[in-house]
Ligand binder design. Structure first.
Ligand SMILES: [Fe+2]
Ligand SMILES: [Fe+2]
Length: 268
């Protein structure tokens, strides 16, 4: 995995780790820094890559200057440096859902109740010079999932939604081949949200229309390079394809044994 940091929009930086998944492609694992009078960190990187994440974070902001963490959900690719950041910075508070606090309460680092701000989809929170409105994205892998719209930049932060498995991960989603992007989004969505094959198509279509109506200036997914807002229609088209797409079936034990035997027989 490699971790880098770059600017996605004025005042918005991306800390991105590229992970290669055998046989499936590469995927971005993104966190975001929203600079302002009360700086916000959106998610905190992977558990496995915490040292690299902290180095990249420190290249764009002094972690002591952060005031908020928006925790989109509590998967291992989002909570890597959460406990360390909270411990080091007593002024830092976490915006999450009731369920987010609940599941972290089962971890080795429960969230201090006097340092959380609970939010539900549709509700807003003012963080210094910006107002963030919670959004439930149309697909997700965890019931805690809460994305948001930033009123200052107009950017939609969509958590795992709109992620894509790609041949390679550029800095701008607009540089991707459209067919590869859509195939990668469909594949990712069938893996990350396998329930999508069971949805009522009309109800699902309505949730996609709700996303379209947001008309964001950019889409910042946790698992796709930052994208111009004009690409949202393309992304929603990808999601609309997923209920009828081939369900993902992972390698089984016979496939694992074959792979291990191949590795054992491979030249050193
Ligand atoms: Fe997730
Ligand atoms: Fe994720």
């Amino acid at each position: 995995m490699t971790t880098t940091c770059f600017t996605a929009a004025p005042g918005v930086d991306v800390i991105t780790t590229t992970a290669a998944i055998p046989a499936l492609g590469s995927i971005a694992i993104n966190a975001f820094v929203l600079h302002g009078s009360e700086p916000v960190l959106v998610d905190t990187g992977t558990v496995a890559g915490a040292p690299e994440f902290m180095t990249a974070l420190e290249s764009t902001i002094d972690p002591a200057a952060l005031r908020w963490i928006w925790l989109t959900h509590t998967d291992f690719d989002h909570i890597g440096s959460l406990a360390a950041l909270l411990q080091a910075n007593p002024q830092l508070r976490v915006i999450t859902s009731f369920l987010g606090v609940g599941i972290m309460g089962l971890s080795s680092a429960p969230l201090p109740m006097d340092r959380v701000h609970l939010i539900n989809p549709g509700q807003s929170v003012t963080v210094g010079d910006r107002r963030l409105t919670a959004v439930r994205p149309p697909v997700f892998d965890n019931p805690i999932t809460t994305g948001f719209l930033d009123d200052r930049s107009g950017i939609l932060f969509s958590s795992d939604c709109f992620g894509a498995l790609l041949p390679a991960v550029p800095e701008d989603a607009a540089d991707l081949d459209t067919d590869e992007l859509q195939a990668g989004q469909v594949r990712w969505t069938t893996i990350d949200s396998p329930w999508v094959h069971r949805v009522d198509r009309d109800t699902f279509g309505h949730s996609l229309d709700q996303m379209r109506a947001i008309e964001p200036t950019m889409v910042c997914s946790s698992h796709l390079p930052p994208a111009p807002g004009a690409m949202l229609d393309l992304f929603l088209e990808s999601l609309a394809m997923t209920p009828a797409a081939d369900p993902f079936v992972g390698p089984d034990h016979a496939a694992l044994e074959a792979m291990l035997a191949g590795m054992a027989g491979a030249p050193a």
